[in-house]
Write a protein that binds this ligand. Sequence first.
Ligand SMILES: Cc1cc2nc3c(=O)[nH]c(=O)nc-3n(C[C@H](O)[C@H](O)[C@H](O)COP(=O)(O)OP(=O)(O)OC[C@H]3O[C@@H](n4cnc5c(N)ncnc54)[C@H](O)[C@@H]3O)c2cc1C
Length: 432
Amino acid sequence: MSKYDVVIVGGGTAGCAAAYTAGMLGLKTLIIEKNIHLGGTITSGLVIPVMKSGNNQINTQFRDALIDECRKLGGQTTFEDNPAWLNPEITKIALDNLMKRANVAILFDTNILGIKIENDMIKRIRITKEILSAYNEEIEYKEKKLSVSIETRYVIDATGDCVVGKICNCNFLEKDKEFQPVTLRFMMGGIDLKRFSDWLKDYDKDRHVTVVQEIDGYIHLSTAYTWDKDKKWALEPLFKDAVKNGILNKHDTNYFQIFTVPGMPDTVAFNCPRIIDYNNSLDIKSISKALLLARQNIYRYLSFCKKYFPGFENAYISNMADMLGIRVSRRIKGKYIYTIDDLKSGKKFEHPVVISDYPVDIHSNKRKKEGLQKVQDYQLPLESLMSADIENLFVAGRCLSADFLSQGALRVQGSCFSMGEGVAKYIASQRV
Ligand SMILES: Cc1cc2nc3c(=O)[nH]c(=O)nc-3n(C[C@H](O)[C@H](O)[C@H](O)COP(=O)(O)OP(=O)(O)OC[C@H]3O[C@@H](n4cnc5c(N)ncnc54)[C@H](O)[C@@H]3O)c2cc1C
């Protein structure tokens, strides 16, 4: 039986940070990932960029290593003073490289069949079928065997949905109505960015929501439109006209955001469509309906962009996310339940893992945003990443022990990276 110091279930945003840190600190580390590549929401969900979370962030070594690796591979740029604009495809390769450097073993395409618990401690994890060992030849390869057991001292649940916690019958904080809209991100290729950016600069003359920059000879831009009324949206007349002409429907106009991708000079990434009617991310029927609606919506956006945006005449859908973008789902009950009052008061803790000033970002179903107000630095304690029920189970990422509103601030990638890194450092410090 294979034995590990730490098994990380979910090789996404927080899981990769945890694995890289644990491996670099000399822990025998394994990632179990259900998908066939690392990166989770960043790569499968096409969610970029990593948002800036203030000037006093801690546990940022993994973030910096990822930025460096993507830069070396030609998939990074610094846009709007943020160096974490990453290319999601290149990020997959960069993460492979980082895990290899840290001697982290990875099992792709693997699901958990069961977990053995003794005295409130996880002892073993049983996983599916033969093992696909990417980097660590020590993992046993057992032909014809349908399941394999793995022994571990610690487990980090970085599945976003707290899948390990669910299997272990842990207590959770989520309530029936506490969800945010879901989004299926996508990309369009075949765009003449010079033509489009010249038109856009002229169209959005006061540049309330549009930024265009030339960086290293490439055009980078971002612009947006949403029905929230907090800004002057230059694109509004186009959306109104498209609804009048039946090219878009009203729902399609609730949120629209586009930006360029480093290393893809004819491509634009979309932070939409945002689906507001089916947002129960723990109900498979709701998720399925959202996906069906989202793909129809993406096709309407293609028609819209081709008709209204100069430079999009030859545009095509080049990539649709293979993971629905979920902002919040199951949250574990931890040794400490972080609250919006802790966040607003900037409460200090003995063992902080995150320091951030990223605001509460709740995407509302209504026509207004409840949040994104400036906040001072706040800290997240390690205890919010420790299961209250299982002694050697930690979480990292959006399934942390936090109330709905504070999770709306802590879910951004920079903070998820810090959570993974902070937990791994703590585990390494417990080595006997
Ligand atoms: C539409 C949208 C836009 C966003 N925009 C931004 C943004 O611009 N900037 C920003 O910083 N943040 C943004 N966020 C927030 C941020 O991207 C996420 O909250 C964060 O990436 C979540 O990280 P995570 O590690 O918790 O989960 P993930 O990154 O999703 O990782 C979970 C991993 O677990 C794996 N997994 C799941 N179940 C299992 C299982 N049973 N067994 C094995 N593996 C499993 C998944 O395949 C995945 O790899 C956005 C979120 C959404 C949804």
